[in-house]
Design a protein around this ligand. Sequence first.
Ligand SMILES: [Mg+2]
Length: 242
Amino acid sequence: MIVLFWDIDGTLLTTAKAGAFAWDDSVREVTGCDYDLKSVQIAGLTDYQIAVNTFKNLGINPTPDLVERLVHRYEELLPSSLPRRKGRVLDNVREVLEYLRLERQDIRSYLLTGNTRVGARAKLVYYDLVDYFPEGAFCEDVSDRATIAKRAVKLARSKGEVAKESMFVIGDTPHDIKCARAISARTIAVATGGYSVDELSSYKPWHLCARLPSPKTFVQLLDSSKDTQLPIPSEVVPPHSQ
Ligand SMILES: [Mg+2]
C-alpha cells in the first residue's frame, strides 16, 4: 500500500488569496482592527498559527479564546469569500487524482493540511475535489504541522499496514518537507505555491518538480521509490554518528 498525504494550498489548488477576505473580515469582527492578510507571508503555516501571528502583529495577546473565535468566524465566512477571486485547481492535480481513483486502488490519498477541517472542506467543495479525499488530518490547535502529520500517519495505519518507504507528503513549502521528515516520509515538493524550485531545493526534498507531473510520470515516480533508499533526515541523525 502506498499512502499519499496531500497539502491543499499551493499544492492541490490556489484560491488566489480569496480566503484573505474571510480572514480580514473575521479579524475586524473579533478585534475591531483592520488587517491585510495578503501582505503577510503565511505559506505553510497552519490556520491557528496564522491566528496567533495576526494577534501578535496587531499587538494583541493571542489568548486561546480569541484564537478560537477568529478561526471559527473565518470558517463561517470562507465559503462566501472563495468566489471573490478566480482561483483554480493546479496543473495535473485532477488528472492525477482521477487516474489514481480509477487505476490504482493500492495508492491511498489523505489530506495533511494546516487548514482546519471545516476550512479544508469549504475549499475542496468549491473546487470540486472533495470526493477524492474522504479523510485527512487537519489543524486542530496551535501545535505545529509535525503534530498534524503524526495524526495523518495514525489515520493511514488504522486502515492497514503502511511502510515508511511507502509514505509520501506532497507539498509546496519547506514546512511540508520538514513535517515529512518528522514522520520519516518522502516529500514530493511542487513549486506551485509560494516557493520556487531553487528555494525548495535547499530543503532537500526527496523529489522536486516545478509542478505536479502527469499521472503516468507521477505513478512511475511512486513505483520507482521502492528501489531508492530513504535518506535519514538530518534532524534525527544521532550526534555520535555524525
Ligand atoms: Mg501549501
